[in-house]
Design a binder for this molecule. Structure first.
Ligand SMILES: CC(C)(COP(=O)(O)OP(=O)(O)OC[C@H]1O[C@@H](n2cnc3c(N)ncnc32)[C@H](O)[C@@H]1OP(=O)(O)O)[C@@H](O)C(=O)NCCC(=O)NCCS
Length: 271
């Protein structure tokens, strides 16, 4: 099932302007959705497509995708930290409505080219393989997420980015199931380390994530992790060594379709 899956940077040829919640998407299906879909996908397309196209033009890519034939079965979205910190970007996800996502005019802003950015950090925003309908997902836990991250590491180093950061959480099933993040172990296996750990601002008080927090704490409790630790945000960081044709990669290499990893020692509701 996963043989023949190609991992590559997303290009302007096919911009994945919505995420894979309903399953793999192709050029033929991305504009199709059922009449009972509660998501305003037309509006999301009008908002996301121009922004993702601009970011792709300015930076060369803003996602790594896993392609099975003509169907995208995995995605890793990433953005320059400098762009995420711009006024109007929103705090959570560039695929969402303001205030969690960007303001309507964000795509028309001037995005600084890499050479002009002082903090050359890329931030991983969403990681997803297959679909969030877990029971019907043949793509998870087959190494595709790791391959997406490895491809980002190689691409970012070659472009001149200096580090990659990703939010993570404790290694709990609910984190891997629905958040678009992963547990810290996923990142540690790729060479990332915990650079910061603090209470996640959205998970401290009862609110829109109430049910999520309840399940999170329940799962944490069942394996002896204190509830407050389960509500922490971990910032995973990898410092990149500039790569070039003559420089050996410090990262694990893929051999005959299998990942060779070094010793191991993060519901967003977007479309
Ligand atoms: C997070 C995610 C992308 C990981 O991708 P993946 O292809 O399944 O990950 P990999 O197979 O490369 O796993 C690498 C390592 O991460 C860890 N890991 C992955 N999934 C895990 C899980 N469910 N539980 C515990 N550890 C897990 C393991 O250490 C694994 O290594 P192992 O399989 O050798 O034990 C995937 O779980 C996913 O898509 N989750 C759903 C996300 C979603 O629907 N988001 C909605 C966003 S709005």
């Amino acid at each position: 099932m996963t043989e023949g899956i190609v991992i590559e940077p997303m290009t302007e040829e096919f911009i994945l302007w919505r995420c894979l919640h309903g399953g793999p998407l192709s050029r033929g299906t991305i504009d199709q959705w059922s009449d009972d879909s509660s998501l305003p996908l037309d509006r999301h397309r009008r908002r996301n497509l121009p922004l993702l196209t601009r970011l792709t033009r300015v930076y060369g890519a803003c996602a790594i995708v896993a392609r099975d034939g003509d169907r995208i079965v995995g995605q890793l979205r990433f953005y320059p930290k400098a762009v995420c910190n711009m006024k109007g970007a929103g705090g959570l996800c560039l695929q969402q409505d303001a205030p969690a996502g960007p303001t309507a005019d964000f795509a028309e802003r001037e995005f600084p080219p890499l050479a002009e950015i002082e903090d050359k950090t890329l931030v991983v925003h969403c990681l997803m393989t297959g679909t969030s309908l877990q029971k019907e997902n043949p793509y998870q836990r087959k190494g595709i997420g790791s391959r997406l991250a490895r491809a980002l590491i190689d691409w970012a180093g070659a472009q001149g980015w200096e580090r990659i950061e990703a939010d993570a959480f404790e290694d709990l099933p609910i984190i891997y199931e629905i958040t678009g993040s992963a547990g810290h172990t996923f990142w540690e296996k790729l060479g990332f380390h915990v650079a910061d750990r603090h209470p996640h601002p959205d998970l401290q008080d009862a609110g829109q994530f109430d049910e999520f927090v309840r399940r999170l704490e329940e799962q944490a409790g069942s394996i002896g992790i204190p509830p407050e630790r389960a509500r922490d945000r971990l910032v995973m960081r990898l410092d990149l060594i500039p790569t070039g044709p003559a420089i050996q990669s410090q990262w694990p290499t893929e051999v005959e379709g299998h990942l060779s990893l070094p010793d191991p020692r993060h519901g967003r509701g977007s479309p």
